[in-house]
Design a protein around this ligand. Sequence first.
Ligand code: ATP
Ligand code: MG
Length: 635
Amino acid sequence: MTTNKQSLSAFHHRSITDRAEFWAEQATLIDWHKPFTQVLDDSRLPFARWFLGGETNLCHNAVDRHLPTLADKPALIFVSTETGAERTYTFAELHSEVMRMAAVMQALGVERGDRVLIYMPMIAEAAFAMLACARIGAIHSVVFGGFASHSLASRIDDAAPRLIVSADAGSRGGKVIPYKGLLDEAISLATSKPDAVLMVDRGLAPYALVAGRDHDYAPLRDQHLNAIVPVTWLESNEISYTLYTSGTTGKPKGVQRDVGGYAVALAASMKHIFCGNQGETYFSTSDIGWVVGHSYIVYGPLIAGMATIMYEGTPVRPDAGILWQLVERYKVTVMFSAPTAIRVLKKQDPAWLTRYDTSSLRALFLAGEPLDEPTARWISESLGRPIIDNYWQTETGWPILTVAHGIEKTPTRFGSPGMPMYGYDVRLLHEQTGEEVGPNEKGVVAVLPPLPPGCMQTVWGDDERFVKTYFSSIPGKLAYSTFDWGVRDDDGYYFILGRTDDVINVAGHRLGTREIEESLSSHAAVAECAVVGVADTLKGQVAVGFAVVKDPSLIEEIDDRLKLEGELMATVDRQLGAVARPSRVYFVSTLPKTRSGKVLRRSIQAVCEGRDPGDLTTIEDPSTLEQVRQALAGR
Ligand code: ATP
Ligand code: MG
């Protein structure tokens, strides 16, 4: 734990006014093979390069570096409630497994700079594969396991991988999802063909190998049991990986990240934000297919010398206590999950939250979606542990807004992810004028370049798209737009009001969907909800709400539904005023979401307006849109 009594605002101020000195200091948190000669090159903004000339390696920092002190301590804890498998790998074992995987990759022709696409479930081999790529300087591109063939095919074409690493199947909620058929189809759809496919056979779903292309991992691993694969030292600005955004607002963007800046940013965040210590256990319920899985399942915790739990399973199987049971069993000190998982638990018996001993937990971090105040309050009170909201994006790799308890014990506020983190020059800008807005005024959450270490370098293979997409939307200013809409209170706490394209214009009033959602959620019957703006000839737009209730038996009768709808509207009237009142609130059993658990408001909106719902490659369950249609049709 840090002992210096500095304030977060002074820490933040120094990170912006003296970037070079600040980040040089943070850079001492990792190992460098060769020291850097320049901290920052900002001569070509918005492109920024960090730690120039320095040589390091993510795998070395995550694994090898800990061998002298932690060899026999847990590094990777794999738990599957889907198959019942559970295994702990020490740092020494992880080191051996990564070298075996690296040797197999090299035997299959993978070289520094080559892309390796990883299409895998949450099994230990997926982490071995990521770390093996990092070790030999190959660029990994993880695609969420179970994505349909056409989404996978487009990612194969974008990355042009030499090798694809996959597995026979994933499993979710007890249902086996065979991967090989999807993969074969994707490869046949793709223009770019991999030289080789490496299959990890879990024995869940039989598959056929394509001769000359496909290989089973187990026999190749056996051939390389004693492999010694030295770390390839990489210049700080070489590419570590590419990863797609969740696709909530449209076509996903291929985020490209560096090596040194990312390692430093993660090490610093583990110390200042997550306050995780060497030898402790970190548990993130995310998936390696998402940025949280990259930063805070694989790299961040391991760089900090922590054991990290890789969990294949849902929050409610075998029962709604499973996450807390794992916290107790592995004495988890830092946990990371998403509001969507908490809303799932909200529909379950709250007694599960206190059945296990969670006193080891220093904090539960939540990110990915707005954490509405009622949900934050509910989980905080039911669990009795501190809840820390944190706001960031695939693009940034680590939190933009949160609190940094390693620096100062700033109190958290329900409904707010906190304040700007060191390194981010966050501004709230007026959409039309580009001017900064004052406290309690709404604006676009933007970051003035350079973006700090760890953030995306560019869009993979498309520098122009990087500048055009992210730095061209604010008039008169070179500023990175998050495309989120926010407000800052008098004390400097930020509140995210929704995506900029989700802002509703009702008779001239600009309203964030989030504000109305928050209000609906405050009703005790609501587990989760979504609000979208729907075109209206009279008012321009009207708000339409969709709600999931905690106890569906309460709204079986039409009269009960109408009564609850009326109560919900009255709640909005009371809290925000009649102008924000949704024209209708419909009830559905689940909301359309991306596979990363985010509400697909753009698709709901399209259905409400009778339009085509657009790109649905990232939707978790297409039948949820049918529910929206039926609700609208009054069925
Ligand atoms: P795409 O950019 O492809 O549409 P996406 O934005 O959903 O997809 P991610 O990078 O996974 O892809 O998500 C980042 C976004 O998630 C943020 O821009 C914000 O809208 C939302 N978000 C993340 N964390 C929070 C949070 N703590 N509070 C509010 N919103 C959050
Ligand atoms: Mg986004």
